[in-house]
Ligand binder design. Structure first.
Ligand code: ARG
Length: 461
């Protein structure tokens, strides 16, 4: 019999029952649901809304239910949702007293609480995975402070930089992801219980106490908003979508760097796959899957935004649709971060090819122009001169760092022998020692800074 069946004459159609049920996916919330119920019940007892011994009995039973689910003694089944399941099990075990748990509460504020408790943990777990990834990148960067690579704009060789500089560019993105998740956590960490169905309750409850018991920073300030706000869930999905954007960009690069045409990376056997027909193949499936899964995370964000956009106050059943997208994004982001962090250190970067790549494509042309500008020629004019120098090189099959001083001088009298050192890749990089630049010393300082930031963000370790 349904807990709400009093005003019904007929039983629910079985297809409608199945359609209505969220148990198949919200069973994932059981621990958080029980944690919330224990806090609510503690408060009910403290406020004298139920007796102390009733509260104790309910809490003890809730805890055994939780243990039984975890140890798989008790299977979650045959209920409308996880909230009903736990309550039904409670009354099965301790009878009428169990029916007092739902005093001064509705499933509307209960589910809002559960999702907030759940997402709070999820955010912390994803942040730890981001931390691991950033640390891995820092280590790889430290080993490649002087590994010269070509850097691109428009997918055309632009200027030389180092692999370390390239790696810590991604560290910056992932650090912002940590910040975004923390920022969103602050809005998750507000306690909605007490909103009840939508207009609160007449019982003398103590909301602040429940918040304190559960480690929330504050309580929600409007009961209608308290039950129908899912902004925090949208923010979570949005922060995760951006994590996926960053992963996807990185993996896109890995995919074509590992191609025969580039040959900058060779993939490790443990993280690549073969073809069922072409014996020679070694495919970057991990990277492609991460890139591909980015789409579903974007979809989850748009899905929840669209679910919410037409909902009048307050709770509407549409909101039950929030859970699958949240769980799917959680699973996707966690698995992508884990596999990527495991795969990264196994990639072999081909240093010779990267160096050769950086020395081709006239990547030191900007430095040639800067050389002239520093000797007094207006930059626009210097740009023009070097443009014709590049044209000369393309027509004669030469590289800028292979030209003799005499050849340089044909284009400007300002060129002297020191142009030969100025266009050396190592010097081009070393001289970019401003904050944010690729000079090995600068990058090393930045890596130290990133490690410091991480230690501050994750003080427990
Ligand atoms: N399973 C529901 C959900 O996920 C719980 C809240 C149900 N509330 C209600 N009034 N039917 O949203």
């Amino acid at each position: 019999m349904k807990m709400w069946s009093g005003r019904f004459k007929d039983a629910t159609d079985s297809a409608a029952d199945a359609f209505n049920s969220s148990l198949g996916f919200d069973k994932r919330l059981y621990k958080h649901d029980i944690t919330g119920s224990v806090a609510h019940c503690t408060m009910l007892g403290e406020c004298g809304i139920i007796t102390k011994s009733e509260a104790e009995a309910i809490i003890a039973c809730l805890n055994t239910i939780c243990d039984d689910i975890t140890s798989e003694k008790l299977e979650i089944q045959n209920a409308e949702d996880i909230h009903m399941f736990v309550e039904e099990e409670l009354t099965k075990r301790i009878g009428t007293i169990g029916k007092k748990l739902h005093t001064a509460r509705s499933r509307n504020d209960q589910v809002a609480l559960d999702i907030r408790l759940y997402l709070r943990d999820t955010v912390d777990e994803i942040n730890l995975l981001l931390k691991e990834l950033i640390l891995t990148l820092c280590e790889m960067a430290e080993e490649n402070l002087e590994t010269i690579i070509p850097a691109y704009t428009h997918m055309q060789k632009a200027q030389p930089t180092t692999l370390a500089h390239h790696f810590i560019a991604y560290c910056e993105m992932f650090l912002r992801d940590c910040d975004r998740l923390r920022d969103c956590r602050a809005r998750i960490n507000v306690m909605p219980l007490g909103s009840s169905a939508l207009t609160g309750t007449t019982y003398p409850i103590n909301r602040a106490r429940v918040a304190e018991l559960l480690g929330f920073d504050d309580v929600t300030k409007n009961s209608m908003d308290g039950v129908s706000d899912r902004d925090f869930a949208v923010e979570f999905l949005s922060a995760c979508a951006l994590i996926m954007t960053h992963l996807s960009r990185f993996n896109e690069e890995i995919i074509y760097w590992a191609s025969d045409e580039f040959g900058y990376i060779s993939l490790d056997d443990r993280f690549s796959t073969g073809s069922s027909i072409m014996p020679q193949k070694k495919n970057p499936d991990m990277s492609e899957l991460i890139r591909g899964k980015t789409g579903r995370c974007y979809g989850n964000l748009i899905s929840l935004l669209t679910t919410m956009k037409g909902l009048p106050l307050a709770y509407n059943k549409d909101m039950q649709e929030d859970k699958e997208v949240l769980f799917d994004t959680e699973d996707t982001v966690k698995s992508c971060l884990s596999i990527f962090t495991a795969m990264l250190p196994t990639l072999k970067y081909n240093k010779e090819k990267l160096y050769a790549g950086a020395s081709g494509g006239y990547t030191v042309a900007t430095d040639c122009a800067d050389y002239l500008a520093k000797k007094g020629m207006p930059f626009r004019q210097a740009h023009e001169v070097i443009g014709s120098l590049v044209l000369y090189c393309t027509e004669n099959g030469k590289k800028l760092d292979e030209l003799s001083v005499e050849e340089y001088k044909k284009f400007s009298e300002l060129f002297e022998t020191d142009i030969l050192t100025a266009v050396k890749l190592e010097n081009v990089i070393k001289n970019r020692n401003l904050v944010g630049g690729p000079a090995p010393k600068t990058v090393l300082a930045e890596i130290k800074n990133i490690r410091k930031i991480l230690a501050k963000k994750f003080p427990q370790e």
